[in-house]
Design a protein around this ligand. Structure first.
Ligand code: PLP
Length: 396
């Protein structure tokens, strides 16, 4: 029965029944006309999720990491300078990938728990008179620390320096859960995956691409083949895929976009905020603190929480898993053993969030944490009761 429990890891996320059903298909011919009917409208509707009118959306059978690779290899050449701040495991891993592709990565190391430093980017870009920096890379929501960065501020930093660098953004754990505005923020490439806000299994990289990024392709010399935007765009424009498409995932994505549309994107964001805020109240009631340094940085999709001195966060997550059959995120990199994470994105309701808080309390009480059973649950309940609106959510 533990298989019925929700997961509280920040991806892959819980899959609603409706999406599981949408993916349960007999094999179909991806060269038949009905594939054209599936793909074209889907790619068009995805633009609404990225909030882009002028860009286009490209999908690959891959995880989010494949989307990172597509973003850099289609627009950059070995030896190009890119500017990135490192403030968590995901920004770190994208930096590592850039280095392995021969890019010259200028890293601004920032404390974990802080966000993208738009002010430092502005200084560095203004000083780059020779315009050697070809791209600025930003992780919108750093899943390791539960920090959301201000991408619009990074765009202002680039524009303030009148700098032509591309803005490449990882929105893997934010898109379709927290507000993301590709056009308004001047994002050139936005990378996500199917297994977070879209509530699907892992297996698709979903990438928003601006005209400016498309224009950079011919001069970009990073080797690429599977991830070449040009092959995908040419095939998509004919209603097809350059190789065999992940058909069940595309049907799942069709249904996911429909679900997000029915709830309304802004309502989806509001739901994520409410659920996250209730969990933050619970964390405060436990007397524990977030890794994120200040409220303006709080992520509405994942909370990273310090355990009290003398406790090991891995013991807590192991205990919750083995005793109660519930998964929470572990601390990554330097946060290993010191931090655990609650993923609260995607298919998530008050009821689910309360079960996650309550189960953590049991696990913490078992391990002698200085908490009172029910304190966090009560804090979350108070907040949810005070802010609930009669749900028009149907059984989904
Ligand atoms: C999950 C995640 C990724 C991508 O991970 P994959 O396992 O390759 O899908 C990248 N960046 C962030 C911020 C993430 O949360």
């Amino acid at each position: 029965m533990v298989g019925q429990n929700p997961v509280f890891i920040p991806g892959p996320t819980n899959i609603p029944d409706r999406l599981r059903q949408a993916m349960s298909l007999q094999t179909a011919d991806h060269r038949a006309p009905d594939f054209v009917d599936l793909l074209g409208p889907l790619l068009e509707d995805l633009k609404g999720i990225f909030k882009t009118g002028t860009g286009r959306v490209i999908t690959f059978p891959a995880s989010g990491t494949g989307g990172w690779e597509a973003a850099i290899t289609n627009t950059l050449s070995p030896g190009d300078t890119v500017l990135v701040a490192r403030y968590g495991m995901f920004s770190h891993r994208w930096i590592d990938m850039c280095r392995r592709h021969g890019l010259d990565v200028e890293v601004l190391d920032r404390p974990w728990g802080s966000g993208a430093p738009a002010d430092l980017f502005a200084e560095r870009l203004a000083a780059d008179r020779a315009r050697t920096i070809k791209a600025v890379l930003v992780t919108h929501n750093e899943t390791a620390t539960g920090v959301r960065s201000d991408v619009a501020a990074v765009r202002r930093a680039i524009d303030g320096a009148d700098h032509p660098a591309l803005l490449l953004v990882d929105c893997v754990s934010s898109l379709a859960s927290m507000d993301f505005q590709m056009d308004a923020w001047g994002v050139d490439i936005a990378v996500t995956g199917s297994q977070k806000g879209f509530m699907l299994p892992t297996g698709m990289a979903i990438v928003g691409v601006s005209d400016k990024a498309m224009a950079a392709i011919p001069s970009a010399r990073c080797p690429r083949c599977f991830f070449d935007f040009r092959d995908m765009v040419a095939a998509n424009d004919e209603g097809g895929y350059p190789y065999t498409p992940p058909l069940p995932l595309l049907h799942g994505l069709r249904a996911s976009v429909a679900m997000l549309g029915e709830e309304g994107l802004e309502a989806v964001f509001a739901r994520h905020f409410r659920i996250a805020e209730g969990i933050r109240r619970a964390i405060a009631a436990w007397g524990m603190t977030l890794v994120a340094h200040s409220p303006d940085l709080y992520s509405d999709t994942v909370s990273a929480i310090h355990v009290p001195p003398g406790f090991d966060s891995n013991t807590l997550t192991d205990h919750a898993y083995h005793t109660y059959g519930v998964s929470y995120g572990i601390g990554l990199g330097p946060l290993d053993g010191k931090v655990f994470r609650i993923g609260h994105l995607g298919s998530m309701t008050d009821v689910m969030a309360l079960s996650g808080v309550a189960t953590l309390e049991m696990a913490m009480a078992d391990l002698g944490y200085p908490i009172t059973l029910g304190a966090g649950v009560a804090a979350a309940q108070d907040y949810y009761r005070a802010t609930v609106t009669i749900p028009k959510q149907k059984a989904a």
